[in-house]
Design a protein around this ligand. Structure first.
Ligand code: AFP
Length: 322
């Protein structure tokens, strides 16, 4: 079976980027081990602190963030880090070539119920003239990313990754500790009968999503003329992994509750990396008003509406915005 290293080389990734990715994944393997220990590792439950978004941090969030921060800072490849669990950017090596954004433990509320969680990341070039503690270095659209992916900590630990030459799936071989290629060039089916949205937010959606979901729910008797099934993992990594594996549409749309929070999901370390993976797998990723990867960030923890997945279904959903 092909190893991650040779796939990255075949995809033309530069050596320093390969070394950075391997460093990042060494941290993810440690997180995978801690996650698999569950309550035995004494890391479940909440700490008393809250993160910048006002959410209670779980101990595993804090530990995962520390693991990734330490390993990336020590590597020398990274100029600065932005993390869901850090208020500000973390300065690293002033001569580092890359910027890394990550959500160290996405879906962390699932830790309490032994359900799917994961690490999401994206990597871009660091502007050479900027200081490592300058947050504006991160204000680049997703189209500038050189690599993105996630590690899903499930029944097996799986890596989905792209360096812009297709999306590939790897499985962590715990016997020798490496990621092995298990599916090259993933292709998301263009059509689907499966959708994912948190319907408890329905009253806060705008008209286009209200109308779109109403038509999905009407099934065979409605204008779509077929029945749709619904799934919700409550961890974006889990939902996106299902969509990459068998198609579907995932929605976290604009929410009228708070105009300063136009959606729940964060652009830099949730929406952009998943959009990059999805587009490289032939899918589509949009905010409802434009391509996610073209959104120009105004701050590192910016939130955006997210509609992504099977191409034709996302297009159908976007038609409701016209
Ligand atoms: P947490 O990391 O705080 O658990 O949030 C996960 C997440 O940001 C994303 O992974 C999910 O898609 C989404 O929130 C689920 O949120 P709700 O189920 O609360 O709508």
């Amino acid at each position: 079976m092909k190893r991650l290293n040779s796939q990255l080389q075949d995809d033309g990734a530069p050596m320093e980027l390969i070394l950075l990715i391997r460093t990042l994944l060494a941290g993810c393997k440690e997180i995978a081990f801690r996650v698999s220990q569950g309550a035995l590792a004494g890391v479940l439950g909440s700490t008393l602190s809250e993160n910048v978004q006002g959410e209670t941090q779980k101990k595993l969030d804090v530990i995962s963030n520390q693991i990734l921060k330490d390993i990336l800072k020590d590597s020398g490849y990274v100029k600065a880090i932005s993390s869901e669990e850090e208020d500000d950017v973390v300065a690293c090596n002033p001569d580092g070539k890359y910027l890394v954004s990550f959500d160290p433990l996405d879906g962390s509320s699932n830790t309490d119920i032994n359900s799917l969680i994961g690490t999401i990341f994206s990597i871009s070039h660091a502007p050479q003239w900027m200081k490592p503690d300058d947050p504006s270095a991160f204000l680049q659209p997703g189209t500038q990313s050189v690599a993105a992916g996630y590690v899903l900590y499930g029944p097996s630990a799986m890596l989905a990754m792209t360096t812009g030459r297709g999306t590939h799936l790897y499985t962590l071989d715990k016997t020798h500790g490496g990621f092995l290629l298990t599916k090259a060039n993933v292709k998301v089916p263009e059509q689907t009968s499966e959708f994912a949205i948190n319907t408890s937010n329905q009253r806060h959606w705008e008209a286009p999503i209200q109308n779109y979901v109403a038509d999905l729910l009407a099934g065979e008797d409605g204008p779509r003329g077929k029945d749709f099934n619904m799934r919700w993992v409550a961890a974006m990594v889990g939902d996106i992994h299902r969509v990459l594996s068998r198609g579907g549409i995932f929605l976290y749309p604009f929410d009228k509750r708070n105009p300063e929070k136009p959606g729940k999901l964060r652009l830099l370390y949730e929406a952009n990396p998943m959009a990059f993976l999805m587009e490289q797998a032939g899918g589509m990723a949009d905010t409802g008003t434009g391509r996610i990867m073209e959104v120009m960030p105004s701050e590192i923890h910016q939130r955006v509406p997210v509609l992504l997945g099977s191409k034709q279904e996302v297009q159908t959903c976007l038609d409701y915005y016209k």
